[in-house]
Design a binder for this molecule. Structure first.
Ligand SMILES: [Zn+2]
Length: 70
């Protein structure tokens, strides 16, 4: 299993981004994001909620801000 991000690295205002940790059979998946564009932050537990957060971040935050205006 490839490791791209340290598991204990949470996004912060100084280091915005999206972080997702997959669940195991004993724990649900978790997702957190801090948007570098507008400062919004959110977190979720559970596959469905995490997926929704990822879509929200992808569509409305993060790189999406850069696509709209510069
Ligand atoms: Zn944003």
């Amino acid at each position: 299993m490839p490791r791209k991000m340290p598991a204990d690295l949470y996004p912060t205002e100084e280091s915005p981004g999206l972080r997702v940790r997959g669940g195991t059979r004993y724990s649900s998946s978790q997702g957190d994001y801090v948007c570098g564009g507008c400062g919004a932050e959110d977190h979720a537990n559970g596959d469905a909620n995490v997926t929704r957060r990822v879509e929200d971040y992808t569509n409305n935050h993060g790189p999406a801000h850069r696509g709209g205006r510069r």
